[in-house]
Design a protein around this ligand. Structure first.
Ligand code: SD4
Length: 306
């Protein structure tokens, strides 16, 4: 049986993001428009300290954003290490639709955004700046499981909410088409110029309308090494359920680096073209949000290895 339309996304802030996507899907809109509208919600939310404006900076104090988007035809667009622009996902979509390229980075991505009417903003909020200054005292790069963007002073967080960074979202529209989007400020206090998995097609996000889509969150280096989201989609093509495919991608990370895998979080979320979804992570605590005609605010816990 088909379950469509449907939208799924990573972490607890996915609930609010899904609802914005749902408004598009419910009206018969396109999955591509739904995922863009959806992930713009956490990008714009200043109480979300980890996507878009308000995200933690790199070790030199620059907030740099990574995002990508992919549609039902396999078109894709991406920006990496983009500074000063609050909605990198919309720049990524414009790269997809208005350029002959897939990916723009750094200065060139900023130039393209400014030429296309995006506003130049200071993305470093006072709260993120003071966290960075605190971090500078010890300068330890130590990602914390499930709290990748809060590698310092975890206990200060209000209720542990909004402390993950990446949102990855997958939608299947009424016409049966799939799209996905992924956007993040990346790992807090990363090296200047560091690019994670989130803007890399096949790593942080992959969509194939014949099969399904997948997205990743957690320590991006491990996702890039294993081309995680592409792997999940290919495993679904071979007949695995979304959860089984995500589980196998997680196992692949463990096999490559068993010691590292115990210390870090990586989670995958997948949706196939029948509207079935599933998730799997290395560590407990990976939540994901699901929204369809039955319920718009479902938050589930993914299964995990450890
Ligand atoms: C990155 N994958 O930049 C992102 C970080 C993340 O939850 O997803 N954190 O590596």
């Amino acid at each position: 049986a088909m379950n469509r339309p449907i939208v799924v996304s990573t972490w607890d802030f996915g609930v609010a993001a899904n609802q914005a996507a749902w408004a598009v899907l419910e009206a018969g809109g396109r999955a591509l428009d739904a995922v863009e509208a959806g992930v713009r919600v956490p990008e714009a939310d200043l109480t979300n300290l980890t996507v878009g404006k308000g995200g933690y900076p790199d070790r030199d104090g620059h907030v740099t954003l990574d995002a990508c988007i992919m549609d039902e035809h396999g078109n894709c667009g991406s920006v990496a290490a983009l500074a000063h622009i609050a909605h990198p996902i919309s720049v990524a979509r414009m790269v997809m639709e208005k350029t002959p390229h897939v990916m723009l980075v750094g200065e060139g991505a900023l130039q393209f955004a400014l030429e296309n009417g995006f506003e130049k903003e200071n993305l470093l909020t006072p709260e993120a700046e003071s966290a960075w200054k605190e971090w500078l005292k010890e300068k330890q790069y130590k990602p914390v499981i499930n709290i990748e963007n809060k590698s310092f002073n975890v206990e200060r967080l209000p209720g542990n909410r909004y402390n993950h960074d990446t949102i990855g979202m997958l939608a299947l529209d009424a016409a049966g088409n799939l799209s996905g989007a992924c956007t993040t400020s990346g790992m807090a206090f990363k090296m200047h110029g560091r690019v994670g998995d989130s803007p890399i097609i096949g790593a942080g996000l992959y969509v194939d309308n014949e099969v399904g889509g997948a997205t990743a969150t957690g320590v991006g280096e491990e996702v890039i090494r294993t081309v995680g989201s592409f792997l999940v989609v290919e495993l679904m093509r071979q007949g695995l359920t979304p959860a089984e495919a995500c589980h196998e991608a997680v196992r692949r990370i463990i096999r490559k680096k068993p010691e590292t895998a115990k210390e870090i979080q990586v989670g995958f979320l997948a949706l196939n073209n029948r509207g079935e979804y599933g998730a799997f992570s290395l560590q407990k605590g990976f939540s994901y949000a699901v929204c369809d005609a039955r319920q718009q605010d479902l938050l589930l816990d993914g299964e995990s290895v450890y």
